[in-house]
Design a protein around this ligand. Sequence first.
Ligand code: ZN
Length: 374
Amino acid sequence: MFRFLRAAEHLRSRQVSNSLVSPAFSLNKAGQFPTQSITPCAGFSSAKYVRQSYQDSRGYTHFRKKGTASFGAALQDPRKLAFAGATLAMGSAAYLYNLETVPVTGRTHLILLSKESETYYGERAYAQLREEHKSEILSSYHPAVRKVERIGRQLIQHLPETFPGKGAAHLSEVEWEFTVITSPQINAFVLPGGKVCVFTGLMQMFPTDNELATVLGHEIAHVVARHSAEKVTNEIFFTMLKIALLVLIDFTSVISATVAIGLELPFSRRCEHEADLLGIQLMSAACYDPRVAPGVYSKLGQAENGQKEISKYLSTHPTGDDRAEKLNEALPSALARFSASGCSEYHGTLLDVFRSHATQFASKPTVTDDEFKN
Ligand SMILES: [Zn+2]
């Protein structure tokens, strides 16, 4: 009651016009408050156009904007339902028309961004990156750059045979470039249009050709699967979904968090797993030993240890252990491709060969009789 009286005084003193005040708080002609009971907060009333209000700690009354007050009321509003329905229908039609298929995994995904636009945005981002890091970019004569170029070009050469068919038709227009940045960061990424960037910190952590081929294969695979274009497309869809939901429910932050945790983060993690799977096939075709790949991601996982549980659910990347597990499952098909590639030259060093066999041996709990005979 005390708060209510203070609010009344506040409204009187400021001579707030009756038209700006909700009916429950309006003054009568004599300048007195009506005697009927007053509900300070309307809450989730189903009444149409209820103007909700609440009091702050100082007793002042604030009004929320006009609108339907509940999800149930929104469902009974034909205009809002029609708008939400039309948005979803248009989205569904666009979705079906622009589906593409990712090689190897066979996953169908929606791509609304043209190849030209993808290339344009990639080149713009690449120019900006070169400007921002110009003092840290190594020259093309530097041994680290030559190493990345050598392995990267070897992988690219094997793209057509690894990913034949329509799903990878866009690759013929990609102009690949490899950049090495001097930085202790353990990082590598690819920009749309085939601009691969590697940090020297990562190269120090993964010094062998097979390990670096695992990382580069992964980055190249993002371009193969057009993940950037898919991400832009999904952002358009997520925005449309948010708009459709916002018409029905006025909880912006809840919707944003729900869409991020429920849709956007799992999408990013799925892209990472997919790039791992495509990458291991590509490195196998290019004669880099795929048995090294699970170890690369385990090592990365150890580097980010400590935040593992948080990153599993709230990170854009899956944990290193998850990635290693999925790659171990994919090893038989990758090894079959490695054997069938008929490589005249094995690109790994002797140390790689030793490590691969040591890892393979250590991962087997026992040697069966049949294996012993072979
Ligand atoms: Zn990635």
